[in-house]
Design a protein. Structure first.
Length: 82
């Protein structure tokens, strides 16, 4: 099943400003953000059949992407509440 690109701002548009600020001021958030983007790009390459991978590999990548998104959302919410 082909999916569109799941960039973080597209996924969490209500947190666009916080995402931008955290990317430029928080090294840990930036690392998570970059990893999220890399995993998302790999998922797209697999779904577009540019890169071969097992169903298990694809599912693991999707789980990783979700875990990264959850961790970043937690940081975003804490930052916005401060």
């Amino acid at each position: 099943m082909l999916e569109e690109h799941h960039d973080l701002v597209h996924e969490l548009p209500e947190h666009k400003e916080a995402i931008h600020t955290l990317k430029t001021t928080d090294a840990h958030f930036k690392k998570l953000f970059d990893e999220y983007e890399d995993v998302t790009k790999e998922i797209l390459r697999i779904e577009k059949e540019i890169e071969a991978a097992s169903d298990e590999r694809l599912e693991n990548l999707k789980k990783t992407r979700l875990a990264l998104k959850d961790e970043m959302l937690e940081i975003i919410v804490k930052t916005e509440a401060a």
